[in-house]
Design a protein. Structure first.
Length: 438
């Protein structure tokens, strides 16, 4: 494993770390534990020790790498611009090529998820159909009523309760793949539909298309696109992520789009990293850089390039509500886009925007971190919800499906479901676009 890590780790990035400590207060795991090894600086020191041959990676090394949420808040805080997100993915990739520490059922689950499920759109829709049957046939009510769900770990039982209604039809199956702009055309957008996004948040994808059309964009949804590969990359499956990247690059390149838009912060950040992911592949390097340069979050595209109304909705049509916003870590720290969602929210006529204290701090979702590290994720969420409650908001908005589910879970755990709702910003804007004048 040590030899593999030494070959994979970017030594220049390791030496860029000045050990100044600016990353420490930005890191959720360091804030939880106060342990140096649980910080970006500490993890980089461990990686460099392995790269320098001063230590051999052991189980403790693996645990420290896996404890990281990958939120990349340290990158925003770092004065030396250390690419920590790339380093942690390289470390995990090296670990996964050698580790035998996974239990057999974990290895089987990883193989099914990363190779048999996420890369295949049709299988994801079949999963959505199966979930829909469970939710609508009465099976869900029976499972809850008989206490069957209590046989599962508590965090899984809680996640099942806040799971949105699934769909076996994605956005393209529901409304088609080509959608002309309303009025004068500004440009052509290729919409990234996602895998989990298209199964659990199909309506959000539909609303994304509607917003883009109303703002003056032709929208195409390339049918050959696949999973972005974010979960693969974050979990040490970089080869799988690279293959998925190639499929998406090919699909959107052939579509001839001006922008590639994402409505999921985690997906968008991964799409924007294709240039780095395939940098050493001479066959794909140029196309990957083309792809990354055109990747943009839907809020930023709408605000900076779209033809939008001065206000969304009519303040006279309903009671004024209070809204707040939880940043998607990868949207803020990876795509460097935190202003656009707030500027759009400040245009909503019937809503008062209240800034959430430490909205830039991770909510604990972090891909599948809330499933693999439930105790730490739960503690981070509990702290987050204390700040959320102080906003007294009616709506808690966010820009990523994982964050949205985590916020729904937090609202459920705190008993706030009767007075607060977690909503994707796209859905909130689309609802108010109906009464807006473009």
């Amino acid at each position: 494993m040590g030899d593999t890590l030494r070959a994979k780790l970017d030594y220049e990035q390791l030496t860029n770390c000045m050990r100044c400590g600016f990353c420490l207060p930005a890191c959720p795991t360091f804030r939880e534990t106060g342990v140096e090894a649980e910080s970006p600086r500490g993890r980089i020191a461990l990686m460099k020790a392995v790269a320098d041959g001063l230590m051999e990676p052991d189980r403790a090394f693996e645990d420290q790498m896996n404890h990281c949420l990958g939120c990349r808040a340290c990158e925003t805080a770092c004065p030396a611009d250390v690419k920590y997100g790339q380093l942690i993915e390289q470390a995990r990739d090296g670990i996964e090529r050698h580790t035998d520490s996974h239990r057999p059922w974990v290895r089987a689950a990883r193989r099914i998820a990363f190779k048999g499920l996420f890369p295949h759109q049709k299988r994801m829709r079949l999963l959505g159909g199966a979930l829909k049957v469970y939710q609508k046939s009465g099976m869900r009510a029976i499972a809850r009523g008989t206490g069957l769900m209590k046989l599962f770990p508590k965090h899984l039982e809680q996640m099942e309760r806040i799971m949105p209604d699934a769909s076996y039809k994605g956005v393209a199956e529901r409304i088609g793949t080509v959608h002309p702009a309303a009025g004068e055309r500004i440009g052509t957008v290729g919409m990234f539909r996602g895998c989990i996004m298209d199964v659990l948040f199909t309506e959000t994808n539909v609303n994304t298309v509607k917003l883009l059309q109303a703002a003056g964009f032709d929208v195409v949804i390339p049918p050959a696109q696949n999973c972005c590969g974010a979960l693969h990359a974050h979990s040490g499956e970089r080869d799988g992520a690279a293959e998925l990247a190639k499929g998406n690059i090919r699909a959107f390149r052939e579509a001839g789009v001006d922008w590639i838009v994402s409505n999921a912060g985690g997906c968008g950040a991964q799409l924007a990293e294709y240039g780095h992911l395939l940098h050493d592949d001479p066959q794909w390097r140029n196309d990957a850089e083309w792809f990354s340069a055109r990747t943009i979050d839907v809020s930023k595209l709408l605000f900076e390039f779209g033809r939008l109304p001065e206000t969304f909705g009519d303040a006279k049509t309903g009671e004024r509500v209070r809204i707040t916003y939880q940043d998607s870590c990868h949207l803020r720290n990876g795509m460097k886009s935190s202003d656009a969602p707030r500027k759009l929210m400040n245009r909503i006529a019937d809503a008062e925007f209240v800034e959430l204290f430490e909205a830039d701090r991770c909510c604990g979702s972090a891909g599948i971190y809330n499933l693999t590290q439930p105790e730490t994720a739960g503690s981070i969420l509990d702290q987050k919800m204390q700040h959320v409650k102080r906003t007294e908001a009616h709506y808690l908005l966010t820009s990523n499906p994982g964050c949205l589910l985590q916020m729904k879970l937090g609202i459920e755990k705190e008993g706030l479901s009767d007075r607060m709702k977690a909503v994707h910003i796209v859905d909130f804007l689309a609802e108010r676009m109906k009464s807006a004048r473009v």
